[in-house]
Design a binder for this molecule. Structure first.
Ligand code: PAF
Length: 257
């Protein structure tokens, strides 16, 4: 497995791959878990070469504390990638990936302002900008994203269509813990008590009542609610459980179901 930290090294490695071989990319911010493992497995199934990027992208954090506290588990991530058969890890630093210091950015003016975007100003500009950089550098045939970040997935698909980018964006099902909490790197930051409490989030989200009522149920359970909203056939929500912000989404039930 190759570990590449510079843009030049990455490009040389990428350019040496014959055009007959397909390449898949799994973009991540590290702190890998079974959700990422499922993206890697799918990427390996569908491509000759499986690559992953590990980069905690500062431009998508609107809250400095959230960035500072974002879990960093590089050695464990590297071991997981090796064990899962990843061919190359791209692990750049900020100056490599942002030679322009973020003067140039990709922005979407509608969907990015709703749901998480309404609570995290600038978040999706940062996400779309870094994803475009990574896709331009890796030139993958396919790139893999989890459905847990449903809004992100829709926006990345929209960007790829809008800019005629030659890549297929593959959305992969959310992986859940035994108590149904969606796996997330942020779960590592939950205290034992809050981790137990967090199990109520997916449970209440599946309650068959209107979104506003789900928000009230979550508040009554002691969560601070950013939003619970139905969007494009999904019920999407973000809450704070202690210090940690959690998001989730599920297919919307049909009335009478
Ligand atoms: O979903 C994530 O981990 C990040 O938002 C992504 C897509 C890797 C961009 O930094």
């Amino acid at each position: 497995m190759k570990l590449l930290t510079s843009i030049g090294g990455w490009q040389d490695w990428r350019n040496a791959i014959p055009s007959t071989q397909s390449l898949g990319l799994v973009p991540t911010m590290g702190a890998l878990h079974a959700g990422h493992q499922s993206l890697i497995a799918r990427c390996r199934q569908e491509n000759d070469i499986c690559t992953i990027s590990l980069f905690v992208n500062p431009t998508q954090f609107n809250d400095k504390n959230d960035l500072t506290n974002y879990p960093s588990t590089f050695e464990a991530d590297r071991n997981l990638c090796e064990a899962e058969g990843v061919d190359a890890i791209f692990f750049p630093d900020y100056n490599e990936l942002y030679p322009d210091d973020y003067r140039y950015r990709v922005s979407e003016s509608e969907v990015s302002r709703m749901l998480c975007g309404a609570h995290r100003p600038g978040h999706f500009d940062g996400v779309l900008s870094v994803v475009m950089k990574l896709l331009n550098l890796a030139r993958p045939q396919r790139a893999y994203f989890g459905e847990k970040d449903w809004q992100q997935l829709q926006l990345v698909k929209g960007m790829v269509d809008a800019f005629f980018m030659p890549v297929t964006i593959v959305g992969c099902p959310t992986v859940r813990d035994t108590d149904q909490l969606a796996l997330s790197s942020r779960n590592l930051r939950l205290s034992k008590v809050h981790r137990q409490k967090a199990a109520a989030f997916p449970r209440l989200l599946t309650t068959r009542v209107p979104a506003e009522e789900v928000a009230h149920l979550l508040e009554a359970d002691g969560f601070e609610v950013d939003y619970v909203q139905d969007f494009k056939g999904r019920r999407c929500a973000a809450i704070h459980c202690g210090e940690v912000r959690l998001i989730d989404n599920l297919p919307l039930y049909e009335k009478g179901e």
